[in-house]
Design a protein around this ligand. Structure first.
Ligand code: NAG
Ligand code: NAG
Length: 201
């Protein structure tokens, strides 16, 4: 009796291991396809290395969907914009800032805030592209997404210019400009992926 139970247990164990192996092999297969898709799509962006490294971690949710790829690129970028906003906001607390420096920081916070807002609007539009009924609806939302993303890119660059002209402290200037440059690259990549999604429609 005990022997029979053990044998049954052994069989159960054997079949569950089989199942696990089979499903993880399937998952590995899909994610390999997704990774290939991300790499191929990122080649068409201006900063392919950043594109691949920031998006590969989302392969499972992106799969091979150009829409989800564009949406994920925007989501990653909006998170980056939010942390840039926090970073610049902290600079405003520095003691001994000159008046023009305080103003440059204030302007930059507003510009990065606008970037967050515009990228968020763009995410919404890309989502709407996915549920669009027909050609006209798709292109309406697509054109909005392209417009908001281009506007977000302009905003980020304006902050960088303001810092170059008005902030004298090299360290502050360089740390903000490095983050903004990174944010611009992410936004530029997201725009390229939105355009690639449009071309596949
Ligand atoms: C940031 O943007 C939101 C939405 O556009 C606005 O309500 C808020 O006042 C802005 N904050 C700053 C600091 O500009
Ligand atoms: C630059 O952006 C990427 C995402 O595109 C992020 O992973 C990385 O941490 C950023 N680097 C800096 C210095 O902000």
């Amino acid at each position: 009796m005990a022997k029979q139970i053990l044998y049954a247990l052994f069989l159960v164990l054997l079949s569950t291991t089989d199942l696990t192996t089979a499903s993880s092999a399937a998952a590995a297969g899909t994610s390999k396809r997704a990774i290939n898709f991300i790499q191929a799509s990122c080649k068409a962006t201006t900063y392919p290395t950043i594109c691949i490294s920031s998006l590969s971690g989302y392969a499972n949710s992106i799969q091979t969907s150009p829409r989800r790829l564009a949406e994920t690129a925007l989501t990653v970028t909006v998170t980056q914009a939010q942390s840039t906003k926090v970073f610049v906001s902290r600079l405003a607390r520095f003691k001994g800032l000159k008046k023009r420096e305080v103003q440059a920081i204030k302007d930059c916070i507003e510009e990065v805030n606008d970037t967050v807002d515009r990228l968020t609007k763009s995410i919404h539009e890309v989502k709407m592209c996915g549920s669009a009924k027909g050609h006209d609806q798709f292109w309406f939302h697509m054109s909005n997404a392209q417009t908001w993303t281009s506007a977000a890119l302009t905003n980020a660059n304006t902050c960088s210019d303001g810092f170059s002209r008005r902030i004298m402290d090299g360290r502050i200037k360089n740390s903000v400009r490095a983050r903004i440059a990174n944010l611009s690259r992410g936004t530029s990549n997201a725009l390229a992926l939105i355009n690639a999604f449009a071309q596949k429609y």
